[in-house]
Design a protein. Structure first.
Length: 66
């Protein structure tokens, strides 16, 4: 489902999930070492950050509508 079709409540829920994912990935990145692990974690963090940015933008749109 596209985020444009989500309610504000669902956007808020997904924001919480992605923020939790980012926290967990950051903890994993700190715990692991090695180029392959770092590259994989960096890609996963970037993916989650992209999702978070999109959700935050959508939340702002929904809140502006009132």
């Amino acid at each position: 489902m596209s985020i444009e079709n989500l309610s504000l409540d669902e956007v808020e829920r997904r924001i919480q999930v992605v923020e939790d994912n980012l926290r967990e990935l950051m903890e994993q990145a700190a715990a692991f070492s090695g180029a392959a692990d770092e590259e994989r974690n960096a890609a996963r963090i970037a993916d989650q950050q992209e999702k978070l940015d999109a959700l935050l933008a959508r939340r702002d749109q929904l809140m502006a509508k009132g």
